[in-house]
Ligand binder design. Structure first.
Ligand code: BGC
Length: 357
């Protein structure tokens, strides 16, 4: 009998230990439609997403097969990103007049939580059923320079309508920026297919996006998407206007936050929709977050794949729901505050739904 991806990963990912010397623990969620989602306690990571499409099974997210490859990949494939997704310029911010410096790990900025982000933690996992798993972790006061003891829970919930909902909860004892997301890369033809993300069609419910400099730090103003290559309000092929403007050239493709229309940030409305080149798989994204980062895998080349080879640039795209990059330094933006107040509850969710046509 041939093993499915979930069974193969269970063996191959645990052969060699994680950073802490112990093997990773893997978990599988499944539903009656035949969808299977594999998760791992290291980084509370989403390792694979198998969807039956006719007689084939497509794994629609990028990933690796073994722990050494997981440890060397720098693409944050499928992991939970925290405390603060995307950049904090120069790792500096202040809260109530007090200055903070967080570890800088990319081009002089704090990127995806700093040198040791939540993606590197071993989370405590509790599988509650075939359709629900809960990951928890504790980040100490001062971790990477961030204030406050932070207690975090990430739940992955799979429904019978092929929706994978990721629920994020957190609590702190000191005010602190918190911005949790998942960094899965999607290729709806299958991760190992020849067709890259530029052939996918995409729609994003956003009228503005955030221009950035060459290191991905926001310039401070918003641009209208209208009459630009950033307009995804009508479904369009990702490659259509690819790299055709100076804003994209700075980041070698799309690597920008789109400000989601306010009425769509309810967790129930579709904020982004992506369709495979053969039109057989549609992914709908819903979220309570105010923004979504479209990243077209501009630096994926060299990242190990599951076949013993490497992914190429643009093998897949990420749609990271989040607060705006560097928002702790932009209180002037008319946006939800990214600072979690001591004693208050952080509660957000994002749902990725896969529809097979
Ligand atoms: C960032 C990219 C980065 C990628 C992998 C994305 O969220 O915006 O600039 O290359 O993550 O780290």
């Amino acid at each position: 009998m041939t093993l499915n991806r979930a069974e193969l990963l269970q063996e191959s990912m645990t052969l060699e230990p994680a950073l802490d010397g112990l093997p990773a623990k893997l978990f599988v969620l499944k539903n009656a439609q035949g969808m299977r989602v594999t998760l791992m306690d290291i980084g509370a990571a989403w390792l694979s997403c198998e969807i039956p499409v006719g007689s084939e099974v497509r794994d629609v997210i990028l990933g690796v097969n073994n722990m050494p490859d997981h440890r060397i990949q720098e693409a944050y494939m499928g992991v939970t990103v925290g405390r603060f997704a995307n950049r904090i310029a120069a790792g500096k911010f202040n809260i109530g007049g007090q200055k903070f410096q967080t570890t800088v790990n990319q081009a002089g900025n704090t990127h995806h939580g700093g040198s040791i982000g939540f993606d590197q933690y071993r989370w405590t996992a509790e599988q509650k059923s075939d359709q629900l798993i809960s990951f928890t972790m504790h980040s100490k006061d001062g971790d990477q320079g961030f204030p406050g003891n932070l207690q975090v829970t990430v739940n992955y919930r799979l429904s019978e309508s092929n929706e994978l909902t990721i629920e994020y909860q957190a609590e702190t004892d000191k005010d602190c920026p918190v911005n949790l997301t998942n960094h899965a890369y999607f290729n709806l033809m299958g991760a190992e297919s020849e067709l890259d993300c530029l052939q996918h069609q995409l729609k994003i419910e956003a009228e503005q996006y955030l221009p950035v400099n060459e290191t991905g730090v926001p310039l401070g103003h918003f641009n209208d998407v209208k009459h630009s290559s950033f307009d995804f309000n009508e479904m369009k092929t990702v490659g259509r206007d690819f790299l055709n403007c100076s804003e994209q050239k700075k980041t070698s493709g799309y690597d920008h936050s789109f400000l989601l229309k306010k009425e769509h940030q309810d967790g129930e409305s579709i904020v982004a929709q992506c369709i495979s080149p053969d039109q057989k798989v549609t992914m709908n994204v819903k979220t309570t977050k105010p923004a979504i980062q479209l990243y077209t895998g501009n630096f994926l080349s060299g990242t190990p794949n599951r076949l013993g080879g490497q992914y190429k640039n643009h093998s897949a795209l990420a749609l990271e729901t989040q607060f705006l990059p560097d928002s702790p330094n932009h209180p002037e933006w008319d946006q939800p505050c990214p600072i979690l107040q001591a004693g208050e509850a952080y509660a957000h969710r994002t749902c990725y739904q896969f529809i097979v046509n």
